[in-house]
Design a protein. Structure first.
Length: 714
C-alpha cells in the first residue's frame, strides 16, 4: 500500500514545486538555498555539544522488582557519547503536558514527584542525570518541546526504542533496543496525579502545585491561569485514556510492560481530528441505549453541535461537545457513563492488539517496516511513518479549515501543496495540517539511525560463547531459519534488509494486530469522496473508510505542511531540506514485497497487510520478549511448541511475568518468574504465543541449545 502512495507523493511534490511555483522559487531560491546550508551546518555542530562520558546514564539502587545496578555501560553500536545523547533528547513535536506542570507534578497519593527516579523506574523508563541537552535530568526519551511560544513535555522515539539488560548488578544500555516501558500504566498514573492536583479532595496539593508552577516564572503569571490550564490538560489526558481503553468482547486487554498498540492509538487520534460536523452528527443520531432507544433527537444534536466547524472538529470543539453531553441544557438528557462509552465505541476503535516495541538497528536499510510491513521505506516513507508516530505520542494537532488565503480564490486554496498531496483538491475548503510535528528533526533522526548497528553479545559480562556449539547451531540455523531470516553483516555500509512477509495462515502467530490494521475503519470527515492511491489503484473514500487510508492521507498532509513555528524563509528552507533530503538521501527504492502472503487486489487493496514479516536476527539476543506481540519470554521457549503433547512434553509458558530487566544468558531472555511483575496471559486475544514452530517438536534439546549458542553470535 505505502509503496505506491509514497512514489506518487514524490512525483507530486516535484510537479508542484518546479512547475506551479517557479516564480516563488526564483524570487526566494537563493535565500532558501543559503539558509538550507547554514541550518544543516549548524545542526551538525549542535548535535555534538553534549558528550557526557556516561551518556547521562546513572546507577539505580533498590529499583523496581528488587533490581539494583551500577552505571550502565555501552557496547559498540556505531554511536559515540554525543550520538546517543542527541538521539535521546532531540525533540520531534510531542506535547503531552505543559512542561512546568510536569516538573512539579506530584503523584496522586504522595508528595513524590511523578518524574522522580523511583517513579519513572517503576514504569521502566530509564533514569538519566543532568546533561547539556537534558538540564532537568528527565528519563531517556522524555524532553522539553516548544510550540507556539509554549513549552511542553513530550516523547522522543528513544523513550520506546532504548533498551537495557541487567546482569548481576551490571547494566548494559542498548541504543535502538525495545524499551521495557509501561506507557499505559504511566499515563493512567499521570491522569490520577493531575486529578489530585486539582485539589478537589486535598486543597493543599493544589496549593503546592500552583505555587511551584508560578515559582518557575515561565509560562504562567497567575494562579487562575495555572488552574484553568490544569483543568484543560487533565481533561485531555483523561479523554485520551478513555478513548484508548482496550477491550475485546467485553474483556479488558492489559498491555503491561514492553508493549503498546501504537497503530490503534494513532488511528484514534487521527479519527478524532479529521471528523467533521456532518459525520459527528451522524454518530450522535445513531446512538442508542441498551434497549435500542435513540438517545438524542435532531434538536438535541443541533444544540450539542452548536459552534462546531463544518470542515473539521478541532480539539476545543470536541471538548465542548463532550461537555454538552455531560452537562446538557434543559431540553436534552445528560448521557450516562455507559452512554458515553457507547459514543466512544461507535466513533473509535479499541486499540486491543499490543505489540513489542520494534528494535531500530537496520531500520534505515530495510525495505518495509512495522510488524506487518505496513510502511514502505522508499521515498518519503520514513518521513510519513515518523510523522504518524508523533501523532500517536501527543503531537499537538491544530488541524483546521484552511482559511489562510483570505480573499484569494477557492481554486488557489484547493491547490496548495498539502491539499494536493492529501487528495483534497475536490474540496471547497481543505484541511490545514498545522501541528507541532517537527519534520526537520524527524528527517535528521532517520538519517542518524543509518549509523546504528546491532549490539554484539558481550562475552565479558554475559559469558563466553561456546564456539563448538555455535558451529553446530549454524547447521541447524541454515536448515530451519536461513530461508526466512537472512544473515547480514551488521557493519556493511551497503547492506539492505529484506522483510519477508508471511500470511497469517503461514506464520500461525496471533492475528490481532494485522487484522486490526486492515479491518479498522472510521468516519473519513473531509477525506470523504477524495481519491487515495494504493499499490493496486486509486480508491474513492466513502463516509466510513479504512483507518489505514485515512491515516495515509493525513500524514501526507502533515509532511507537506511547513512548520508554522518558523519565520517564512526558515520555514521553507527547513521544509525543502526535509523533503528533498528525504527523497535524495534515501537509498531505499520502491519495490514489491518479498515472501509468501496474500497479494493486494482491487477488491482487497490492503490484503498484503494480513501478514507478518521475518527479518534478519542480528542482535536478537537483546530484544526479548519474542514474537511480534512479546508472548514468548526467552529464545529457548521460542524453540518449543506452543502446546505440550505426549510427543513433546515441553511447551512455551502459558503465563509469565514481564517487567524485570535481569537477564538470563542461558535461555536468553529476561527473568520471567518469581517477582511481582505484570502477568502475561497467552489465552487472551492479541496475546497468543502460537505459531513460528517450524519443526520445534522435531528438534532435540541439544539442537535447541546449539541453535541458541549460534544466535548469540549474530
Amino acid at each position: 500500500m505505502e509503496e505506491g502512495c509514497h512514489a506518487q507523493q514524490a512525483s507530486l511534490l516535484y510537479f508542484l514545486i518546479f512547475t506551479r511555483y517557479p516564480k516563488v522559487l526564483k524570487f526566494g531560491g537563493a535565500a532558501v538555498l543559503v539558509s538550507v546550508f547554514v541550518i544543516f551546518g549548524i545542526g551538525k555542530l549542535y548535535q555534538h555539544w553534549d558528550d557526557d562520558p556516561d551518556r547521562g546514564a546513572i546507577a539505580v539502587k533498590d529499583g523496581a522488582f528488587g533490581e539494583s545496578y551500577s552505571t550502565p555501560i555501552y557496547l559498540n553500536q556505531g554511536w559515540d557519547e554525543a550520538d546517543s545523547l542527541w538521539f535521546y533528547n532531540t525533540t520531534q513535536g510531542s506535547g503531552l503536558l505543559p512542561y512546568d506542570f510536569f516538573l512539579v507534578l506530584e503523584k496522586a497519593d504522595s508528595q513524590e514527584l511523578v518524574r522522580s527516579v523511583p517513579n519513572m523506574d517503576r514504569h521502566r523508563y530509564l533514569p538519566q542525570k543532568k546533561t547539556f541537552f537534558n538540564p532537568d535530568a528527565l528519563p531517556v526519551g522524555i524532553v522539553k518541546d516548544t510550540y507556539q511560544g509554549k513549552d511542553y513535555v513530550g516523547y522522543t522515539c528513544a523513550a520506546c526504542h532504548t533498551g537495557q539488560v541487567n546482569y548481576k548488578g551490571k547494566a548494559i544500555r542498548i541504543d535502538g533496543g525495545p524499551a521495557m516501558a509501561d506507557m499505559v500504566g504511566f499515563l493512567k498514573d499521570l491522569q490520577d496525579a493531575l486529578v489530585a492536583a486539582l485539589g478537589e479532595k486535598d486543597e493543599a496539593k493544589n496549593r503546592r502545585f500552583v505555587e511551584k508552577v508560578l515559582a518557575l516564572k515561565n509560562d504562567y503569571a497567575t494562579a487562575k491561569e495555572v488552574n484553568a490550564d490544569l483543568k484543560i490538560w487533565t481533561d485531555r489526558v483523561r479523554l485520551y485514556n478513555t478513548v484508548n481503553n482496550s477491550t475485546h468482547d467485553g474483556k479488558k486487554i492489559e498491555y503491561g510492560h514492553a508493549r503498546l498498540d501504537a497503530f490503534g492509538r494513532i488511528y484514534n487520534r487521527v479519527l478524532q481530528h479529521v471528523v467533521n460536523k456532518e459525520h459527528l452528527a451522524g454518530i450522535l443520531a445513531n446512538l442508542r441505549s441498551a434497549t435500542g432507544r435513540y438517545l438524542l433527537n435532531t434538536s438535541q444534536i443541533s444544540n450539542v453541535l452548536a459552534d462546531v466547524d463544518d470542515v473539521i472538529v478541532n480539539d476545543d470543539e470536541f471538548a465542548q461537545v463532550l461537555k454538552r453531553l455531560r452537562q446538557p441544557k434543559p431540553d436534552y438528557p445528560e448521557l450516562s457513563n455507559t452512554d458515553m462509552l457507547r459514543f466512544r465505541n461507535v466513533m473509535f476503535n479499541s486499540p486491543n492488539a499490543p505489540v513489542s516495541y520494534p528494535f531500530l538497528w537496520d531500520i534505515a536499510q530495510s525495505d518495509y517496516v512495522q510488524w506487518n510491513g505496513l510502511a514502505s521505506n522508499a521515498a518519503l516513507g520514513p518521513l510519513g511513518r515518523n510523522a504518524g508516530e508523533v501523532i500517536g505520542v501527543f503531537g499537538v494537532l491544530d488541524w483546521q479549515a484552511d482559511n489562510r488565503w483570505f480573499g484569494l480564490s477557492e481554486k488557489f486554496r484547493r491547490f496548495s501543496i498539502s491539499s494536493f498531496a492529501s487528495g483534497q483538491t475536490t474540496k471547497s475548503t481543505p484541511i490545514y495540517f498545522k501541528s507541532s510535528i517537527d519534520l526537520t528533526n524527524l528527517k535528521r533522526l532517520e538519517r542518524h539511525l543509518q549509523s546504528l548497528m546491532s549490539p554484539e553479545w558481550p562475552e565479558k559480562i554475559l559469558g563466553k560463547i561456546d564456539r563448538a556449539k555455535a558451529k553446530r547451531g549454524k547447521l541447524v540455523y541454515d536448515s530451519l531459519c536461513l530461508s526466512c531470516h537472512e544473515v547480514i553483516d551488521r557493519s556493511n555500509r551497503d547492506r539492505k534488509v529484506v522483510a519477508k512477509m508471511f500470511s497469517l495462515q503461514k506464520a500461525g502467530t496471533d492475528k490481532a494486530m494485522a487484522e486490526n490494521s486492515v479491518k479498522y475503519s472510521g468516519k473519513s470527515g473531509n477525506f470523504m469522496h477524495t481519491y487515495q492511491s494504493t499499490d493496486v489503484g486509486t480508491i474513492l473514500l466513502e463516509e466510513e473508510a479504512p483507518a489505514a487510508a485515512i491515516l495515509t492521507a493525513a500524514t501526507k498532509g502533515v509532511v507537506t505542511t511547513p512548520d508554522p513555528d518558523k519565520w517564512f524563509i526558515r520555514r521553507w528552507a527547513d521544509w525543502l531540506y526535509t523533503v528533498a533530503g528525504s527523497l535524495f538521501d534515501n537509498e531505499i527504492k520502491s519495490s514489491i514485497k518479498a515472501g509468501k502472503y496474500e497479494p493486494d487486489t482491487t477488491a482487497e487493496p490492503f490484503n498484503s497487510l494480513l501478514s507478518y514479516k521475518a527479518r534478519s536476527l542480528n542482535g536478537i539476543w537483546a530484544t526479548a520478549p519474542y514474537l511480534h506481540n512479546g508472548s514468548v519470554p526467552t529464545l529457548y521457549d521460542l524453540l518449543l511448541p506452543a502446546k505440550a503433547s505426549e510427543r513433546c512434553p515441553k511447551a512455551r509458558p502459558a503465563t509469565f511475568k514481564v517487567g524485570a530487566r535481569e537477564f538470563d544468558p542461558v535461555k536468553v531472555g529476561f527473568r520471567h518468574e518469581g517477582y511481582d511483575g505484570f502477568e502475561f496471559r497467552t489465552d487472551l486475544r492479541g496475546n497468543s504465543n502460537a505459531g513460528h514452530e517450524y519443526r520445534a517438536c522435531a528438534m532435540t534439546d541439544d539442537e535447541r541449545w546449539d541453535l541458541i549458542e549460534y544466535l548469540k553470535t549474530l
